[in-house]
Every structure is written in C-alpha cells, then in structure tokens.
Design a protein around this ligand. Structure first.
Ligand code: C5P
Length: 180
C-alpha cells in the first residue's frame, strides 16, 4: 500500500488486526474475519488494480459461541470448521467490476514456480508474486520472489520487503503505461 501510494495511486488498504500505523495517504479499512475482509474488498471496487496479499485462513469455526465455553464432564469441545471464501478468486472472476489487473501472492515450500503457476490459473488472477517461505522469509526483512504471469516468469533478486513492494509498484505502473 505504501509503495503504490508513493507512486500516486489512490489506495484503499483492507487490513486484518495489526499494530502498524496506516501508511500515509492510504484509506485503511480494518477487518477481523475473512468474511469481513471479503465484504470490504468488494466494497472497495471498482478499482483498476487489486493486490491481494493477506494470508487468509482457509477455515473458520461454523458456530461462534456467544460467551465462554465452560469446562464440563463432556471433555474438550469439538470445533466444527467450514471453508472460508477465496477472496482472490472472487475478485478475479469475470464480471463488470473485475479490476484490469488482479495480483495474488503464493507462499510455497516446494516446486515454487509450478505451484504458483497452477495457483495463477486456478484463481484466475493476472499475476502471482511467489515466495519460497521454507527459509528466511517469515520474520525476516528480505525476500526473493518470482513474478509469474501468462507472459512468463521474472526472478527478482533478494531485497528488502519494502524494495520488493516498490519493484512491484513500478512494474504495475509500467504495465499501465504499456499493457502487455
Ligand atoms: O491458496 P493460497 O492461500 O495459497 O493462495 C494465496 C493467495 O490467495 C493470496 O493472494 C491470498 O491473499 C489469496 N487468498 C484469498 N482468500 C482466501 C485464501 C487465499 O484471497 N480464502
């Protein structure tokens, strides 16, 4: 969001709970659940570009207790889970509100390019930023990513995460100057 705002984009950031301040010049919508994130993301449309980088939980509990679940003779409760909607696949689906460029992320621990390319086609997005998270990504400042699209695969050298974001924002700006 910071990198896109720096290039002059009007940015709406839909964010889960965080201790970070909203970046300057960005409208931040705070959400707590996947369903709230989906609704807020849809409400932010129409937009030219959607960048979906959240690590959304695959599952949520089916029934939310109204209060504390007390210990009892039945032992620990069983939590029934149901699947969360895929926000990215929904935004990337054809329709009048589909942004011209929809970008997703993939965190993989093996077969990075093949798995990320399969995700690109399964979710219907235009680009995927693929990270190998098996080593030195979570909690580290640097990242080495692939940018995967129908045109091919770009390998970006390891750089700080804000530098990855600025490289992506510059790549997006280039795309709109000269659509591939
Ligand atoms: O399927 P996976 O979680 O690996 O896909 C990652 C991509 O899909 C990310 O861009 C993430 O933000 C998006 N995603 C989503 N909704 C979900 C799960 C993932 O938008 N329920």
């Amino acid at each position: 969001a910071t990198a896109l705002a720096e290039l002059g984009a009007e940015v709406t950031l839909v964010s889960g709970p965080t201790g970070l301040n909203a970046p300057a010049g960005v409208i931040r919508i705070d959400v707590e659940s996947a369903l709230e994130m989906q609704a807020a993301t849809r409400a932010a449309l129409p937009a030219d570009i959607a960048v979906l980088s959240a690590a959304v939980a695959d599952w949520r509990v089916d029934t939310v207790a109204g209060g504390k679940i007390k210990k009892g003779p039945g032992g620990p409760p069983t939590l029934a889970l149901i699947e969360n909607p895929d926000i990215l696949a929904g935004i990337a689906a054809p329709g009048p509100d589909r942004p011209a460029l929809v970008i997703g992320f993939a965190a993989e621990t093996s077969d990075l390019e093949a798995n990320a390319r399969a995700k690109l086609s399964r979710k219907g997005c235009d680009w995927i930023v693929a990270n190998d998270v098996s080593d030195e990504v979570f909690g580290a400042d640097g990242n080495a990513v692939l940018l995967i699209s129908a045109e091919g695969t770009e390998t970006w050298p390891r750089q700080s995460k804000i530098a990855v974001a600025r490289t992506l924002a510059a790549r997006i700006a280039d795309h709109f100057k000269d659509p591939a």
